[in-house]
Design a protein around this ligand. Structure first.
Ligand code: UD1
Length: 427
C-alpha cells in the first residue's frame, strides 16, 4: 500500500522548483546505447520510469551509475539485443530501445508494448519506418523481431500521425544508418529537440528538430557526451495547477513558458494571471476559477494530452461548464470516476467529458489509475474540504519526484504512508 494523505483547502505560497523531464530523460538514456563511449546526464529526475530504463540498460550490458541528479552510462560493451518481457513492461516507452538496438547491433527483439490504462499503444508507424529503412520485421508469439544484418539505410518517411515515440525511434535508427533520412510530419515536442541536441553532441548530424521535417545524415559511429536534461514542462503545468485550484500565488522555477503556451492560454481563460520570466513562471489564481472554452488535446504545440487530467481537476471547481475532448488516447478519462467520488460532476461520453464545476469538493478515499490521472486526484484533494486518501500513489511516482516533499514546501498538508493510516491523520 502506497498512499498519499492530503488535507485540503490550504492556500499555497512561495517557490517550487521543477525537476528534469521524464519524457526527455527516457529517450536520451536509451540513446546512449548507440554511442560507444561514456555519457553523462545531468538533471536526471529520480523517477521509477528512469530506474526501469536503467535496469534495461544494465541488462543490455551498459554499465550505469546514478548519483544525485547525475547518471553516467557506458555503452561501450552492449552485449545483448533481446529484452525480456518483464523489463519491457516496467515502462511503456521502452519500445524506443528498438531503434537504438537496431542502430547499434542490427537486431532487436522485444514484446510489443501492451494495451495500458490510457489506451492501446500500436507500433505500426514505428515498424513501417524500420521496414522502409531496410529492416525485416517478424511478429512471433507476442514478440517483435526486427533485423537489419547489413545495417539500415536512410529513407524518406512520412508519418501518418506525428507520433512522439515513432519520431524518437526513427531518429535513433537513422543516426547511424547509411545515407540520409527524412522524417516528415515528425513530432515537434520540446523533448524531440532535447533528444536531437543530445545526439548532435554525440556527433550525429540532425537538422530540423522541433519542425515538421527532421533530416538526419547517418554517421558510422557516435561517441559519448555530457548533457543536461531539460526541465519537465508537464510537472511545471501541474504545479501551476496546484496554485490554480487553491486560489494561490506561487513562483514555479525551472519552467519555460514557451513550452506550455497552450496550457497557459487555457489557465488564463480560467482567470489565472501570469508573469513569465526567462526560466520561471509566476501565477496568481483567482478566488474561484472560471470555466474554460472547449479544451482539445493535440500534438505539440497544441494542448498536451498529459495535461488533460490536470485541467479537468481545475474544471471541476470552476464556475460553469467546461468540455474536454481527448484526441490522442481513447481511454484517458479513468480519473473522472474517482473525481466524481469527491463530489465532481463529470459525464464522459466516448472521448469527450462534460464537466460542470462545483463550488466545493469533499475529501474521499480514491485511487490513482495512471500517472497524470493520479496528479489530478492530488489537485482535487488540495482544493477539497477535509481529508483525502489517494491509494496507489506509485503511479504518481512515475512522473513526479517526491511530490509530497515539493508540495509541502509551498504549504500543502500532504504526507505519504507506505503502510496505510486512517484518513483523519492526514496532514
Ligand atoms: C504520447 C503523447 C506524448 C506524451 C506521451 C505520454 C502526443 C502526440 N504524444 O506519446 O505527448 O508525453 O504519450 O502520455 O500527444 N499511434 C499509432 N501507431 C503508432 C504509434 C502511435 O496509431 O505506431 C497513435 C497512438 O495510438 C496515439 C497517438 O498515435 O493515439 C499518439 O501516440 P504517440 O505520440 O506515439 O504516443 P507516445 O509516444 O506514447
Amino acid at each position: 500500500m502506497n498512499s498519499l494523505y492530503i488535507q485540503g483547502r490550504n492556500r499555497l505560497e512561495g517557490t517550487i522548483a521543477v525537476h528534469g523531464a521524464k519524457n526527455s530523460a527516457l529517450p536520451v538514456l536509451v540513446a546512449s546505447v548507440i554511442t560507444d563511449g561514456e555519457c553523462v546526464f545531468h538533471n536526471c529526475p529520480d523517477l521509477s520510469d528512469v530506474r526501469a530504463t536503467l535496469n534495461i540498460l544494465s541488462w543490455l550490458g551498459c554499465s550505469n551509475q546514478k548519483e544525485n541528479g547525475t547518471v553516467v552510462v557506458d555503452s561501450s560493451a552492449v552485449m545483448k539485443n533481446e529484452i525480456p518481457d518483464l523489463l519491457m513492461r516496467e515502462l511503456r516507452s521502452s519500445f524506443i530501445f528498438m531503434g537504438a538496438l537496431l542502430s547499434r547491433t542490427g537486431r532487436a527483439v522485444m514484446c510489443a508494448p501492451g494495451g495500458c490504462e490510457i489506451g492501446v499503444r500500436p507500433v505500426d508507424i514505428h515498424l513501417l519506418a524500420f521496414e522502409k529503412m531496410g529492416a525485416c520485421v517478424i511478429r512471433e508469439e507476442g514478440r517483435i523481431i526486427c533485423e537489419a544484418p547489413k545495417g539500415l539505410h536512410g529513407a524518406e518517411i512520412n508519418l501518418s500521425f506525428p507520433s512522439v515515440g515513432a519520431t524518437e525511434n526513427i531518429m535513433l535508427a537513422a543516426a547511424t544508418a547509411k545515407g540520409t533520412t527524412y522524417i516528415k510530419n515528425a513530432a515537434r515536442e520540446p523533448e524531440i529537440v532535447d533528444l536531437a541536441n543530445f545526439l548532435k553532441l554525440c556527433g550525429a548530424s540532425v537538422f530540423g528538430a522541433g519542425e515538421s521535417t527532421i533530416v538526419i545524415n547517418g554517421k558510422d559511429k557516435l561517441h559519448g557526451a555530457e548533457f543536461t536534461i531539460m526541465e519537465d514542462r508537464i510537472v511545471a503545468a501541474s504545479y501551476l495547477a496546484a496554485a490554480a485550484v487553491t486560489g494561490s500565488a506561487i513562483l514555479v522555477k525551472n519552467a519555460v513558458s514557451e513550452h506550455i503556451s497552450s496550457v497557459i492560454s487555457v489557465f488564463e481563460q480560467a482567470g489565472c494571471v501570469f508573469q513569465c520570466e526567462k526560466n520561471a513562471i509566476r501565477i496568481k489564481a483567482p478566488y474561484r476559477l472560471n470555466s474554460m472554452k472547449t479544451v482539445r488535446t493535440m500534438p505539440y504545440p497544441g494542448f498536451p494530452t498529459d495535461c488533460q487530467a490536470i485541467v479537468m481537476a481545475m474544471a471541476i471547481v470552476a464556475e460553469g461548464t467546461t468540455i474536454i475532448n481527448e484526441n490522442i488516447f481513447e481511454s484517458r478519462f479513468r480519473h473522472a470516476g474517482e473525481l466524481n467520488r469527491m463530489g465532481a460532476d463529470i459525464t464522459v461520453t466516448g472521448t469527450s467529458a462534460i464537466v460542470n464545476g462545483k463550488s466545493r469538493l469533499f475529501g474521499a478515499n480514491v485511487s490513482a489509475t495512471d500517472l497524470r490521472g493520479g496528479m489530478a486526484l492530488v489537485l482535487a484533494a488540495l482544493s477539497a474540504e477535509g481529508d483525502t486518501k489517494i491509494n496507489s500513489a506509485q503511479y504518481i511516482d512515475r512522473g513526479y519526484e517526491k511530490i509530497e516533499r515539493d508540495l509541502a514546501l509551498i504549504g500543502a498538508k500532504i504526507r505519504r504512508d507506505k503502510i496505510g493510516k486512517p484518513q483523519s491523520e492526514a496532514g
